[in-house]
Structure formats: structure tokens, C-alpha cells
Design a protein around this ligand. Structure first.
Ligand SMILES: CC(C)(COP(=O)(O)OP(=O)(O)OC[C@H]1O[C@@H](n2cnc3c(N)ncnc32)[C@H](O)[C@@H]1OP(=O)(O)O)[C@@H](O)C(=O)NCCC(=O)NCCS
Length: 378
């Protein structure tokens, strides 16, 4: 391998490089941990009663007071319904499509029906997406699975409960409501992760918000990023006991397989979101008297730490928590979208407010310059 190639590989993934500034979030910094606009994510999860409070914080810059929260919650509630044309498009998407592709198509289609004509409309666009995402996903899902054209409005007070009500056709319990809100809060923002960076790069060209969000959804879809919660569930479901999990994981580790839901690009010892969602996964396991999924998950966690010093990231216990609430695995990553759109948009606003087109350089490792051989001589 050439020296140039080695150098590129050692800096692979832009790991550890400062790629810009943000006032939105810290991830894994000494003494700060994961914070949104200066608030520890665990503090927000414990003390904010709804995800809307945190979305307001990220997008408007401060925690809402109670009248601001009431007005914001009502605003989002009133924006939930979908245009008829969008419903028609959703009905034409195949039943076996990947739900993240439905989110991507839904965003792009809404962008043609209600385009962002100027950046002054950016708050309207993100609020519309926050409000409409559960219906975009679940109108398609319920139509393609049951042939049912569901009503896209519910009286549920927050986006998390609205999501569960559209999925299950009934109001969620108090515990499920709480878990959904906490989950959306935990997933809302995470600095320069791949999908957010995608959104910022797109924003730096002065493109519209729908394009930025569509690109971000594409990045989140991959199993090394948001798709990890689905992959973690697929892993957990393969095992019917903790003993079987340990035996098979040992073989997987020997084969150098990736264990989904473990490890992180920035955190080294733990992911602060894990302790919160793990606590809720345990509560939900007790509620459904689970004797397999949670014990298997804990056995995987212990094995991975003992053998590889790898810890569960936010996605691992989200898998079982969602499963216990009856959410189908293929809808896990779209829930991440319903939340992270708040962080993406906050970054896009930040980029727009102080923009220079993002255009890094590459270190060239290819052939020396050479003349084109005429086609008959190649
Ligand atoms: C998140 C992730 C992409 C970070 O990648 P990264 O920054 O390259 O990871 P690290 O530099 O910490 O990896 C160090 C070593 O641990 C290994 N490792 C990291 N995560 C691993 C995992 N989940 N399973 C098995 N081995 C893992 C790496 O392969 C690497 O091994 P090597 O030194 O032999 O090449 C990676 O941990 C991963 O693929 N995890 C699974 C997917 C996942 O859960 N994604 C959601 C992230 S929130």
C-alpha cells in the first residue's frame, strides 16, 4: 500500500476532525456528555413531559414556558392531516417497500405540494414534517397491510401518542405514552452524525429543507446508523435463551461479525441514552411478563462488554422497548426520523444562518497523469 493510501485510511471516516461549529449539541465531550443546547439529555428525558418541548428547544432556542408549549403542541396537532394527493401517492407504494423509502418519498412528495418558497418558511416546513410524519408512514402501512384508509387526525396530545394511536387504532396507555416521548427525546439530536451532516451539506448549497431532509433520511436508513435498531431486533430474535445467545455470539465474534446496536463512533465506554431506554425496556418487559427478549438482551450486553469491551448504544434496548409496545420491527427506523427531523432542521437553520458551501478536498491516490489511448489501441 502506498504511503498516501495509508494516510487516507488512517483518517478514514473523518473521525475526530472538526468539520464545523454548532451551538446545538455536545456528544461525549469531557464533563459534558450528550447535551442539547446545554441541557443533559437525561435531564430532558426525565423532566420534559413531551417530545414537543425538546423539539421547541432545538428549533426555537429555549425551553418553552407553558403557554408557548400549549400553543406549539396545538400548532403541530392541527398540521397532522395529509393532502389527498399525498395519500394517493402513498397508496401506490408497494406493500413490501422499505418503510424508510416511504418516509423519503413522502417527504419529497410533500415538498412538491407545499414547497419551501423562501427560507422565511423554514419553521412552517419543519413543523409540518414533524406533524405529518406519523401519518405519512402509518397511512401507507395500514393501507398496504390491512387495506384500511385510516383517519390521519387523532386527539392524542403529542406526536408519540399520535404515532401509537395511528398504528394500533386506539389510545396508548400512560406508560407507552411516556416511553414514546422519552424515546423521541433521546433520538432528537446528536451533533455531526452521518444523517445530520448530510442535511448540513445539502443546506450549504442553499437547497430547500425538503431536499435536506430527504437526503438525511437516506443516510439514516443504513444499518451502521439509524437502521441499527432494526438489525438489533433481528439479532435478539434469533435466540430463545440467554445461553443460546452467548454460544452463538461467541461464534459471531470469532467470525468478526458486526454485532448491531453495539459500539459507537464517538463514545468510548457507554452511550448515555442507553441507561434511560434500558430502564424503560425493563419496565415494559415486566408489564408483558417477558421471559425471553429482555433476558437475552441483557445476556448479549454482558457478553459484549466482558469479551469485547463494547457497550450498547441507543439502538440496542430501543429494539426490545419498541417490540414490547407492539411496534413492528420495520417501523423502528422511521420513528427515529419522526424525532431526528427536529435536530436535522435545527442544524439546517444553523447552517443557513452562517453559510459557506461545504466542499472539502480529497487526497488523490490514483494514477499519474497519462494520455488517452485511442480507442482502437486499448
Ligand atoms: C457505530 C460504528 C459504526 C462505529 O464504527 P467505528 O467508529 O469504526 O468503530 P470503532 O473505531 O470504535 O471500532 C473499533 C473496533 O471495534 C470493532 N467494533 C466496533 N463496533 C463493533 C460491533 N458492533 N460489533 C463488533 N465489532 C465492533 C470494529 O470493527 C473495530 O475493530 P478493528 O479494530 O479490529 O477494526 C460501529 O461500532 C458499528 O458498526 N456498530 C454496529 C452498528 C450500530 O449499532 N450502529 C448504530 C450507531 S449509534
Amino acid at each position: 500500500m502506498t504511503e498516501a493510501k495509508k494516510k487516507v485510511l488512517s483518517g478514514a471516516g473523518l473521525r475526530g476532525q472538526i468539520a464545523g461549529q454548532t451551538a446545538l449539541c455536545t456528544v461525549g465531550q469531557e464533563g459534558a456528555g450528550l447535551t442539547y443546547r446545554g441541557y443533559d439529555v437525561r435531564d430532558l428525558a426525565a423532566n420534559c413531559k413531551s417530545f414537543e418541548e425538546v423539539a421547541f428547544l432545538l428549533l426555537r432556542g429555549h425551553l418553552p414556558n407553558s403557554s408557548e408549549l400549549t400553543a406549539y403542541t396545538k400548532r403541530l396537532h392541527d398540521m397532522r392531516d395529509l393532502p389527498v394527493t399525498l395519500k394517493e401517492v402513498l397508496e401506490r407504494i408497494p406493500a413490501d417497500a422499505h418503510p424508510m423509502d416511504v418516509m423519503r418519498v413522502g417527504t419529497a412528495m410533500l415538498g412538491t405540494l407545499e414547497p419551501e418558497m423562501s427560507f422565511e418558511q423554514q419553521y412552517d416546513v419543519v413543523d409540518r414534517l414533524l406533524a405529518a410524519f406519523p401519518a405519512i408512514l402509518l397511512y401507507w402501512y395500514r393501507f398496504s397491510k390491512d387495506g384500511e384508509r385510516i383517519a390521519c387526525m387523532t386527539d392524542e396530545p403529542d406526536i408519540g401518542s399520535h404515532f401509537l394511536a395511528l398504528l394500533h387504532g386506539k389510545s396508548p396507555s400512560a406508560l407507552h405514552r411516556e416511553v414514546m416521548n422519552v424515546s423521541l427525546i433521546l433520538y432528537a439530536e446528536h451533533e455531526f452524525n452521518a444523517s445530520t451532516f448530510t442535511g448540513r451539506v445539502c443546506a450549504s448549497t442553499l437547497s430547500d429543507l425538503y431536499s435536506c431532509v430527504t437526503g438525511a433520511i437516506g443516510s439514516l436508513r443504513g444499518p451502521l446508523h439509524g437502521g441499527a435498531n432494526e438489525a438489533a431486533m433481528a439479532l435478539i430474535e434469533r435466540f430463545s435463551s440467554p445461553e443460546q445467545a452467548v454460544t452463538e455470539l461467541r461464534a459471531m465474534i470469532e467470525r468478526k461479525d458486526l454485532i448491531m446496536g453495539f459500539g459507537h463512533a464517538i463514545y468510548r465506554d457507554s452511550d448515555p441514552r442507553n441507561e434511560v431506554i434500558k430502564g424503560y425496556a425493563k419496565k415494559l418487559a415486566d408489564e408483558v411478563a417477558d421471559t425471553v427478549v429482555y433476558p437475552v438482551s441483557e445476556a448479549i450486553e454482558k457478553f459484549m462488554w466482558d469479551e469485547k469491551r463494547l457497550f450498547p448504544n441507543a439502538d440496542f434496548f430501543h429494539a426490545s422497548a419498541y417490540r414490547f409496545m407492539g411496534i413492528p420491527t420495520e417501523l423502528f427506523t422511521p420513528i427515529f426520523v419522526c424525532s431526528r427531523v427536529s435536530g436535522w432542521a435545527a442544524h439546517i437553520f444553523e447552517q443557513r444562518a452562517n453559510n459557506r458551501i461545504i466542499r472539502p478536498s480529497a487526497e488523490y491516490t490514483g494514477e499519474e497523469q497519462r494520455p488517452v489511448t485511442p480507442i482502437g489501441e486499448r
